[in-house]
Write a protein that binds this ligand. Structure first.
Ligand code: ACO
Length: 401
């Protein structure tokens, strides 16, 4: 039996909390979640109001600065962001080093991490002004980098940012326009993307945000910190769930097969889970999933697409929400359940889904990173462990073992 307190030289209470289910790692004034009631507020504003009415850059400003911008503040912020949308031409060389079929999240982790090599000498994180510039650069360059990752994968030339378009309109243009053809951003699609970006902008101390904070707590370069967040987001239990959810819906194929998959998800001997269902914090309907569902209906109607996956998703939701297993465990659709259907209808390949999540979440990551650095109580993040290994023993030379 190990006396933990003696081992760590501490006399106070020691908690063991795998997955941090009940341990707060920080104080934050950015995002409030009431998982029981299904409420999500950014700086006090309900997510559905922001998703319905706000521009994405208003939300980015809100997360960073604490209040919605006044008109002149918004214009200045928009100017600061559009000023930084280009990436250094040399960065294109980084893309050329990747295999064409590399996952965009692998590419983005590498390329965003590489930005730290471009801005290593101008990022004094103790200076709030320099932190703000790094934040603007990240918010501005992520759409450019995500669009470049897409263009590289399909073998088309990179498209330069257009600062006369909205944040989402510019991203759609960089992704889908090709030199020889006219491309006009469809306002319904632009609005859907705006909503998707806002719904993904922040979600308090989720795994990737906690990763950014932990990396940032050592004083690391902000671009490197965001790259660590992208890496963490990639996993199927986190941001990768949107890709996994659509793959699952396509595999189910038809509404008549839904019950069989719901039964598999309930079987303790089968590792299968319903992707896009369940959440660590929400024990009620994820408020983002509701907006997502409505957006999916709108986009498919606008594009005149009758995708059977939407029927499968509706049937799956209906069966699961009326099933005792899901009711008892409080498993509801999360933000990832419908987002893949929308993104696929717009024309994004599934591999790009998590990259878009990373693009949008960058605003939350930089807001959380700034909040952490400016917190006078901030310390390096250093979790403890419950040691369960061997007790002290003596080394035996290799030949005598
Ligand atoms: N399908 C079937 N059963 C599930 C599901 C699911 N999607 N999610 C949870 N359960 C069950 C578990 O088997 C477990 O059952 P048990 O108590 O009998 O062992 C119980 O519900 C609790 O699940 P945990 O994994 O302990 O809950 P946790 O809070 O750790 O996990 C998570 C949350 C990872 C999101 C989980 O619900 C999951 O794997 N969902 C599918 C993946 C997904 O959609 N992820 C996206 C999350 S949202 C986001 O990151 C943006």
């Amino acid at each position: 039996v190990v006396d933990i307190r003696k081992m760590y030289g501490q006399t106070g209470m020691f908690t063991y909390d795998p997955g941090f289910t009940s341990t707060a790692s920080c104080q934050s004034a950015i995002t409030y979640i009431d998982g029981g009631e299904g409420i999500l507020l950014h700086r006090g504003y309900p997510i559905d109001q922001l998703a319905e009415k706000a521009r994405f850059l208003e939300v980015a400003y809100l997360l960073l600065h604490g209040d919605l911008p006044k008109q002149d503040e918004f214009e200045e912020f928009r100017h600061n962001i559009t000023y930084h949308t280009m990436v250094h031409e040399q960065l294109a060389q980084f893309f050329r080093g990747f295999r064409r079929d590399a996952h965009p999240m692998a590419v983005m982790t590498g390329v965003v991490g590489a930005l730290s090599a471009f801005y290593h000498d101008s990022t004094d994180i103790t200076d709030p002004q320099q932190r703000l510039i790094a934040s603007h650069r990240l918010i501005a360059k992520m759409p450019t980098i995500a669009a470049m990752a897409y263009k590289y994968s399909v073998g088309q030339p990179f498209v330069y940012p257009r600062n006369d378009l909205s944040y989402t309109g510019n991203f759609l243009n960089m992704t889908f326009s090709v030199p020889a053809e006219e491309y006009e951003v469809n306002p319904i699609i632009e609005n859907a993307m705006r909503r998707i970006f806002i719904l993904h902008a922040d979600h308090e101390q989720n795994a990737s945000t906690s990763t950014v904070r932990l990396a940032g707590s050592s004083g690391a370069n902000p671009f490197a910190c965001i790259a660590s967040g992208i890496a963490c987001l990639w996993g199927p239990a986190h941001g990768g769930a949107n890709e996994a959810a659509l793959n699952m819906l396509r595999e189910i194929g038809e509404s008549k097969n839904v019950k069989q998959y719901v039964d598999r998800a309930k079987d303790k001997n089968d590792p299968f889970r319903l992707m896009g269902f369940g959440h660590r914090v929400y024990k009620n309907y994820d408020p983002r999933a509701k907006v997502m569902q409505q957006t999916a209906e709108e986009v498919l109607k606008e594009l005149n697409i009758s995708d059977p996956v939407l029927d499968v998703a509706r049937e799956l939701e209906h069966i699961a929400l009326n099933d005792d297993y899901f009711i008892e465990k409080k498993l509801y659709p999360n933000v990832d359940f419908y987002s893949g259907i929308i993104l696929s209808a717009i024309g994004f390949p599934t591999e790009m889904f998590t990259a878009l999540f990373a693009l949008a979440r960058t605003t939350g990551w930089v807001a959380q990173w700034n909040e952490m650095i400016s917190d006078p109580e901030q310390k390096i993040g250093r979790p403890r462990q419950l040691y369960v290994g061997a007790t002290q023993r003596d080394y035996v030379p290799l030949e005598d073992r």
